[in-house]
Write a protein that binds this ligand. Sequence first.
Ligand SMILES: [Zn+2]
Length: 358
Amino acid sequence: MDATGCYIIPGLIDCHVHLTSSGNPRELNGGRGQPLPQRAWKAAGYAKATLEAGITTVRDLGAAERLNVEMASAIANGLIPGPRMFAAGLGVTMTGGHGHGFVATEADGPDGVRRAVREQLRAGATAIKLFASGGVMTPGVDPRSPSFTEDELRAGVEEAHKAFRVVAAHAQATDGIKNALRAGVDSVEHGIWLDDEAIQLMLDQGTYLVATLTAPFQIQNNGLEAGIPQFVVDKGTRVLEDHEASFRAAVAAGVNIAMGTDQGTPVNRPGENAQELVRMVQLGLSPATALMASTAWAADLLKVSNEVGRVEPGLAADLVILDRDPLASIEALTDQSAIRTVIQAGAVVRSSLPRTEE
Ligand SMILES: [Zn+2]
């Protein structure tokens, strides 16, 4: 194809999605009331929309009934189009902790956590998620409260690392973040209340921050009128300012950053993932750095840098071709008409570029 005058970047990597969820506030919990086949067919559409928007790899951090694991294998087997997908199955949370009855299974004590992680691995999980603090989307759970103890987290991390899986910790509260860091997780998700000690631990250990700035932003921006429940709006609004301050502090300190949206949270829709880059740039990353966090560094976190994340001989050709320079305007990545072509593993997913003669 003739890409004269265009810009070629690696396919984007979103390190925190819930690809089986629409982002429709009235369908929270992945539409759990609906029959599983209906949810699966809908989710196939979300996977397609995500891929067509230039997101060629995702890490899914929790789905009811482990629908994410089944979708990852359907995509890998070529049954449905979608991004390369790492899937955590269910996250693991303490009894009554964030995500319970929703995107997480409950476990207590180091042995209980160990077993719950093994159950995800048995079910085919290719990523592991542990909940180290409360969060916004579960009623009655305070995002400022830590959840698993350091010992519980360490047992989960050990099991995951034994199986060569990357571990994500949902961690918003300061103490929860530090417990997760001392336990050796690979990425801190959200990281709403980072203090100097947490930032130092992240620097010392090379831990990644996957901030998911889009999640609380969309909750605050859309509010009750969009059908978001009151308790979610209250908590999402309360965390926003501190979340952004923590992100700025982490960037200033030089913490590893990888892009993640928490797609599937209210009004955080599949295919709109690139809005996270715009938000990261607004909060202090250069456009080039935001792109690195969404490609090469994300691949480093997911330990797939020998496969994807860079435009390099020997890697899979996951490519996005734009007719606007994303370094001049990062918003180009959110403009579906500026994205002229998406290629996954060398195969054209969609293209509006003229074909040249063979
Ligand atoms: Zn999430």
